[in-house]
Design a protein around this ligand. Structure first.
Ligand code: NAD
Length: 294
């Protein structure tokens, strides 16, 4: 077991410190979330990335409360319905997540996906700025924002998000966006850091791993750390949960970093926020499906 103190902390633009490696819980079944979050916390993870739309905030909250030590918790605001998304709704959803998690504060709250119709994501950001001042909320940020949407919310409010959580892995390195983030003091968070497993068969990554006696997954996660991103791989396999945390006893050389840089093919698993919008009734349908599954 690796000590939690080995995880570097990054200071966000509002002074909050975030552990660079966390545990992601997207697609972890509600009835298994407590078990796997507890396992991750026992291994040493001290940062959990959840979302209202993952439908497992309650179980995340319980695992964190039972753990009894400080854990950095992120959750996200997701309502793709353009006629509802916005100022009041963002506030109401924050309060709902806060209650569901049952923690004494939330560390980081993100706009999960920009709803661009009538630019309502800007209204949501205005609510976030208020929430940070008035509620038990440490930091505010966004997810899946392009530079256009980032510029818009910064111009409208004068408040720069602390993070932008975007799909990022060796096949989608987001160099331009990361440069913009760096120039504006925004921390890049990588979602799907392992490309949902798709990058792990890569010959180069395996070769590098062999030299360090590490797996391709460990090489990729180490790469995220060395480029300065925050990340949170997901797994429901206890050995992999341990493996993904065991990345602080080696480092990649400049040459190795350079060869990973060359793997970029601008290849996405998820939707491109520059073009894609979720349908208005997406959340409603998903909730119906998840109720039918119970
Ligand atoms: P990921 O890249 O973390 O891949 C997870 C999958 O990779 C697992 O299901 C497993 O199949 C495989 N895997 C994990 N560890 C492995 C290992 N050591 N060896 C081999 N295979 C391994 O993808 P993800 O779950 O999509 O992303 C991680 C987290 O990012 C999510 O849980 C969530 O918190 C966040 N996320 C955010 C958004 C967003 O829109 N903001 C979208 C997707 C994910």
């Amino acid at each position: 077991m690796t000590s939690a103190s080995k995880v570097p902390l990054i200071t966000l633009n509002d002074g909050t410190k975030i552990p660079q490696l966390g545990f992601g819980v997207y697609q972890i079944e509600r009835n298994e979330t407590y078990k796997y979050v507890s396992k991750a916390l026992d291994v040493g993870y001290s940062h959990i990335d959840t979302a209202q739309s993952y439908a497992n905030e309650k179980e995340v909250g319980k695992a964190v409360r039972d753990y009894n030590k400080y854990v950095f918790v992120t959750t996200k605001y997701f309502n793709p319905n353009a006629s509802e998304h916005g100022y009041e709704n963002a506030k109401a959803y924050f309060r709902k997540s806060f209650k569901t998690l049952g923690l004494d504060h939330i560390d980081l709250y993100l706009i999960h996906f920009p709803v661009i119709k009538n630019e309502v994501y800007v209204d949501a950001w205005k609510a976030f700025v208020e929430l940070q001042k008035t509620e038990k909320l440490r930091s505010i940020g966004v997810s899946n924002f392009t530079t256009t949407y980032l510029k818009k919310i910064i111009d409208e409010t004068g408040v720069t998000p602390s993070v932008n959580q975007v799909e990022c892995h060796p096949y989608l390195q987001q160099n331009e966006l990361r440069k913009f983030h760096e120039e504006h003091g925004i921390v890049t968070e990588s979602w799907s850091p392992l490309g949902r497993g798709d990058v792990l068969d890569d010959k180069i990554l395996k070769q590098i791993g062999k030299k360090h006696n590490k797996t391709a997954a460990q090489v990729v996660l180490r790469w995220h750390i060395q480029i300065g991103n925050v990340t949170f791989p997901k797994s429901v396999n206890t050995e992999r949960i341990e493996e993904n945390f065991d990345i602080f006893d080696f480092s990649l050389s400049e040459e190795e970093m350079e060869s990973i840089k060359k793997l970029d093919k601008n290849e996405r698993n998820g939707p491109d926020p520059a073009e894609f919008q979720f349908p208005d009734d997406f959340l409603e349908k998903r909730q119906q499906e998840s109720q039918a599954d119970q």
